[in-house]
Design a protein around this ligand. Structure first.
Ligand code: ASP
Ligand code: MG
Length: 468
């Protein structure tokens, strides 16, 4: 089997974690699998790089950051490589060169004071370029051939700096040329996550948390049999375990359930991650590098549908309900269009929309951090309607969105009844409701302080603590 394995920041956060990541990769290779490793930056490094770039662009640049990064990575190299002097010198040399490049970029930035997205990518992608040589060295130290590969050599992207998209044909060609020979020789290539390059070779990033995406892109480009995401939790759970004591890991979910779950706050998987794997029907496994014996969650086409229909309950916090109401809105066309135009102009992302057929009220949910701006812009854009009294009020309320998710909810009658029955019994007031016609999710807006109780009530009602 060809497996692309991605290790997240905490899974390579210390020399011990890197050694464990190497052990997991080597163990799979020893079972006869071909393994490509994708690594994130060591935990906290990307944030430190971005902070440094921002300070430098304000003229504040000290080499202290680069010293700290050098110390952390050098110490890891010393621990991981052991006594081989040639390997040690080679690795320390690479680390030094990469940090030198980082320093020069920041120094230049502190002179010109202009942080472009292109420059930010060049700087923020350094973390992965420091981590990959360490992971490769750790694999070599465990007796397997391994080479660090910069994803700039294998992932070809658009030039949308800060959120580039892969060009899959070019990427597949490069992967075949660069990675296949290493695999054929029994080596484990260690590719930097998060970054790529344009066709002209300019470094890009795939967006924050983009290493999962890198893994899926490489999996698709190499026609891998599976993509494994090694993280720090036991897979995707029926609910947030800090909120629901009986939450358990779901052994299998479908791609569409995974995307709904990612959207609704289960932070385990980035929704985009799924796409390249999904298009090629490549199963994705979520595994815990801190608990590798746990089977984790498999994301597949079928997704092992559950009998109760609902698979998981999630919640999104820190959001606000914006309600536009007035009896004079009935039958007046264009108010909805105007309202969403404003929201789009403010670049606010709408998480949920609801309008009752009386048309007296339109409401939608956005991030609370954007609510002030949006509210102000709405009041000004709808000034005439407010003056005429067609609209009586535009109001904001801090809320939470609680969602019940599952593919089999589609076509299963009685789910909504169970949802509302459970909330009614728990004495929780539902402010607004939305169900998309995909029927894979029922979303409810509740008062922010009722969110945990609502999640628990639904988890209990569908008996999600029991194995399906
Ligand atoms: N290191 C990058 C980030 O922190 C990418 C990743 O970890 O997936 O955003
Ligand atoms: Mg990360």
């Amino acid at each position: 089997m060809l497996i692309v394995m991605k290790f997240g920041g905490t899974s390579v956060g210390s020399p011990e974690r890197i050694a464990e990541a190497a052990r997991l990769a080597v163990a799979s290779a020893a079972q006869g699998h071909q393994v490509v490793v994708v690594t994130s930056a060591m935990s906290g490094v990307t944030n430190a790089l971005i902070d440094a770039a921002q300070s430098a662009s304000k003229g504040q640049w000290t080499a202290a950051v680069s010293q700290q990064l050098l110390e952390r990575h050098r110490a890891a190299a010393e621990t991981l490589i052991g006594t081989d002097p040639v390997r040690k010198t080679a690795t320390l040399d690479i680390l030094g060169r990469r940090l030198d490049r980082f320093e020069k970029l920041c120094y230049g930035l502190s002179m010109v004071h202009e942080l472009t997205p292109r420059l930010l990518d060049a700087i923020s992608g350094t973390g992965e370029m420091l981590a990959a040589p360490l992971v490769a060295a750790a694999i070599q130290a465990q007796g397997r051939g391994s080479q660090a590969v910069d994803a700039t050599e294998v992932i070809v992207t658009t030039d949308q700096f800060g959120g580039a998209e892969p060009l899959m044909d070019d990427t597949a060609r490069k992967c075949a040329a660069v990675l296949q020979p290493m695999l054929a020789a029994g080596e484990i290539p260690v590719v930097t996550g998060f970054i790529g390059a344009t066709a002209d070779g300019v470094l890009t990033t795939l967006g924050r948390g983009g290493s999962d995406y890198s893994a899926a892109i490489l999996g698709a480009a190499l026609d891998a049999d599976e993509v494994w995401i090694w993280t720090d939790v036991d897979g995707v759970m029926t609910a947030n375990p800090s909120e629901v004591a009986g939450a358990r890991t779901l052994p299998e979910i479908s791609y569409s359930e995974a995307s709904e779950l990612a959207y609704y706050g289960a932070k385990v998987l980035h929704y985009k991650t799924i796409l390249p794997a999904f298009r090629k029907r490549i199963p994705v496994r979520i595994l815990n590098s801190f608990n590798p014996a746990h089977p984790g969650t498999r994301v597949t086409v079928e997704g092992h549908p559950s009998a109760s229909g609902v698979k998981a309950v999630t919640s999104i916090r820190g959001v606000s309900l914006i309600a536009i109401s007035g009896t004079g809105m009935q039958g007046i066309p264009g108010i909805v269009a105007k309202a969403f135009d404003v929201v789009a102009q403010q670049q606010a992302n709408v998480l949920m929309i609801s309008q009752a057929s009386s048309e007296n009220n339109i409401c939608f949910v956005i991030s609370s951090s954007e609510a002030g701006r949006v509210l102000k812009a709405l009041r000004s854009a709808l000034e005439v309607e407010l003056l005429r009294g067609n609209i009586e009020e535009i109001a904001e309320q801090p809320v939470a969105v609680v969602a019940a998710i599952g593919d089999r909810m589609r076509g299963t009658p009685g789910i909504a009844a169970t949802v509302f029955g459970a909330l009614g019994t728990a004495g929780i007031n539902v402010v607004a409701i939305s169900q998309g016609s995909s029927e894979r999710n029922i979303s409810l807006v509740v008062d922010a302080q009722d969110a945990s109780r609502a999640v628990r009530a639904l988890h209990d009602a569908f008996q999600l603590d029991r194995q399906a």
